[in-house]
Design a protein around this ligand. Structure first.
Ligand code: DCM
Length: 129
């Protein structure tokens, strides 16, 4: 388990629907939905980190685009940022998550998101509307 100072999450949109993934860890977040992603390794760019994480966790090939929304503070002084990501290839595979789903704006707003990701709900919902 990495203890990265910076965590990057991906907003993958396909046919007007956003990819959400259900976490299994830690206990406080298990069962709640997130934009998938993970920690930026030493010497790695956030763009490369997000592409790597989405490949490792879900088997997706993406092209990482611009940042969306605000930076979000996480416990331990870490910062979480989100970027749009274009799906190039792949169907999500459950390697670390317990489920995935593609949601429209209504599904996003009603999803039990991890707390940090709620910072982006309005901007994401606007894009999906
Ligand atoms: N995290 C989050 N929202 C995301 C992705 C990650 O709040 N969309 C948090 C959960 C963990 C930390 O970032 O505290 C590291 O994530 P991971 O365990 O997926 O590497």
């Amino acid at each position: 388990m990495r203890d990265a100072r910076e965590v990057v999450a991906g907003a993958v949109v396909r046919q007007g629907h956003l990819l959400l993934a259900r976490r299994t860890w830690p206990v406080a977040l298990a069962g709640r939905w997130e934009l998938p992603g993970g920690g930026v390794d030493e010497g790695e760019t956030p763009v490369a980190a997000l592409a790597r994480e989405l490949e490792e966790e879900l088997g997706l090939t993406v092209r990482v685009d611009e940042q969306l929304g605000a930076d979000v503070g996480l416990p331990g002084g870490r910062v979480l940022r989100a970027r749009w990501a274009e799906l190039v290839e792949g169907e999500p595979q459950l390697r670390e998550h317990s489920a995935v789903r593609w949601v429209d704006a209504h599904g996003l707003v009603s999803a039990d998101l991890v707390p940090a990701d709620r910072a982006w709900t309005a901007e994401l919902a606007a894009r999906l509307a």
